[in-house]
Design a protein around this ligand. Sequence first.
Ligand SMILES: Cc1ncc(COP(=O)(O)O)c(C=O)c1O
Length: 379
Amino acid sequence: MRVYLDNAATTPLDPEVFETIKPFMLEDFGNPSSTHAHGRKVRAAIESARKKVAELLNCTPGEIIFTSGGTEADNAIIRCALATYDIRHIISSPIEHHAVTHTIEHLVDDGKAQLHHVNLDEKGHVDLDHLGELLTKYPGALVSLMHANNEIGNLLDIKAVSDLCAEHSAFFHSDTVQTVGHYRHDLKELQVCGMTAAAHKFHGPKGVGFMYIRKDRKIHSFIHGGAQERSMRGGTENVYGIIGLAKALEIAYRDMDEHKKYIQGLKDRMIELLREQIAGVQFNGDSANPERSLYTVLNVSLPESDEGDMLLFNLDLQGISASGGSACSSGATTGSHVLGALYPQSKRGAVRFSFSKYNKPEEIDYAVSKLAEMYKVTA
Ligand SMILES: Cc1ncc(COP(=O)(O)O)c(C=O)c1O
């Protein structure tokens, strides 16, 4: 049996998405910037994809800029917001994705900004009172806090943070890569200035994403070149990617309630089975709390063991693909910076299981039974 439980790293492409992309790979190959019929057809498809994304997120098409994925979108917003608004203070947390932490580190090293970390509680949630204090001290700062943590699944109260940031005229960027396509974002309601998405996290193609930039918080261009993406991001568009992204998002919204219920059921099943079969099992962050964590992610904390370092390797040998850290560094031997920040002294093993609509209950049962065998401490 081969089981894929690493859907926070990437998800399989939905066959419906593939069918939508196919004609643009084979027949409709024009360059969308060309003014002849071949180009116009593709331009129309890109603009209708943008319109679709904007409708789903309740914003305007001009606020959606397609990118190569989440990393580029995070880089673009953080770097360009700072430059555009001459911002000198950044408020963020140590458990953001590396697309954010490393971008900020570079800016700080270059002397362009000072970083202020917001306090986290013992479960890894942002302390909103402390955020309020920092905002009072540094009004107009750039605040970068992710909507959902890709490793532990913790959900941010994005509405409360966006209101707080608006009160203090801060530029609020939220990495929403793990929530776009899994939760509904109403951008008329949320006062977020910039947010990001990657299509491969919701059964779309890899190498494509978007950034949302609120129209009254425009930023300078990130990639200079042609006038593509309203001169915000030069370069011939990833046509298949953009069309696939919009289709994947449409499907995600169409089936969201049903899939959310189904996937939460898989997660609940795994929590229950792990508690039954492995003595001393715990869950990292607020991973086991259905109210405040992603329904797609469960981060399991396992009792200390000599085999701890070999956990993912042994799971892989048993046919189970899971991850021990962030999606982008799965398989890496360096520890997780998120777990390191929350549990600096811990020697417990950790596995992140992440689920999708394609997983089956028997796959959950199989993964738990193999993990329990490795620990051989059945209750
Ligand atoms: C929270 C978060 N932000 C950003 C990214 C980067 O996205 P991409 O790999 O599409 O550039 C990821 C991918 O794992 C992620 O989980």
